[in-house]
Ligand binder design. Structure first.
Ligand code: ATP
Length: 233
């Protein structure tokens, strides 16, 4: 990981990861296939601002992400939100990362369910000043729409491949309806269609609570950790 170039693009993939599962990990592999030179930073949130606080501690959730990704050298587990006090605002993490990696392009990855509520995120305008966003369609989820204020502040780009060729893409952006923003290299929203697995952490927690098997939905090492610590029982 550390020998990657400091300019390599960074996919920022946050979540509660309660627990991390193969749906998350398959997405990470798709991102790696899409852009092998990029790093994927998985960033568990300590106190998610947009949902109820998970009953499993942030430390356990972080440990599970570490176990699940220990053999993946294109993944960095980023624990900054656990080290900070207060809600895990993405705007703060993005600001910090932009300072740490001033010449790297930051690409925030999220499901369309999360993107549909983006206008309620703390300082969302600051976030899109600093990143591009890659939205993925969650399997089984219905199509979600952007809030009008977000729609007006973002440049929609359909071709994810253009992320790979930013320069060639600049010419294309001029044909979009927002010529004023042509020279901005952030604030773009890409939709990414890739085969995903219809797995959710909710489904896994329910199986465990009902004492049913959750094998093949998440790595065995994580299942073992859950059993050892009697999580979700
Ligand atoms: P829960 O069921 O508790 O809501 P979850 O499985 O949705 O959890 P999160 O930790 O909330 O997992 O998700 C983190 C990020 O991963 C979000 O952007 C979410 O859209 C995405 N994600 C979750 N499950 C999948 C999946 N099966 N495939 C692709 N992306 C996923």
């Amino acid at each position: 990981m550390s020998n990657r170039h400091p300019d390599s693009p960074i996919f920022l993939f946050g979540g509660t990861f309660n627990p991390v599962h193969y749906g998350h990990l398959r997405l990470v592999e798709n991102l790696h296939n899409l852009m092998p030179e990029a790093r994927v930073r998985m960033m568990p949130s300590a106190t998610p601002p947009h949902r109820d606080e998970p009953d499993v501690s942030a430390e356990h959730r972080l440990n599970m992400v570490r176990l699940a990704t220990e053999s993946l050298n294109h993944v960095v587990v980023d624990d900054r939100e656990l080290k900070r006090q207060g809600p895990s605002f993405t705007s703060i993490s993005v600001e910090e990362l932009a300072k740490e990696f001033p010449s790297a392009s930051l690409i925030l990855v999220m499901g369309d369910d999360a993107m549909a509520g983006f206008q309620s995120w703390h300082q969302w305008q600051d976030i899109i000043e600093r990143v591009n966003i890659l939205v993925i369609a969650r399997p089984g989820a219905t199509q979600q729409w952007l809030a009008p204020e977000v729609e007006q502040s973002i440049i929609r780009c359909d071709h994810v491949e253009s992320l790979l060729h930013n320069k060639a893409f600049d010419a294309k952006v001029e044909t979009l309806s927002k010529p004023m923003e042509t020279f901005k290299s952030t604030g773009r929203l890409y939709r990414y269609q890739c085969p995903l697995l219809d797995i959710s952490a909710t489904q896994i927690r329910q199986l465990i609570t009902r004492q049913q098997s959750c094998r093949f939905l998440l790595p065995d090492s994580v299942i073992k950790y859950i059993e050892q610590h009697r999580l979700y029982h």
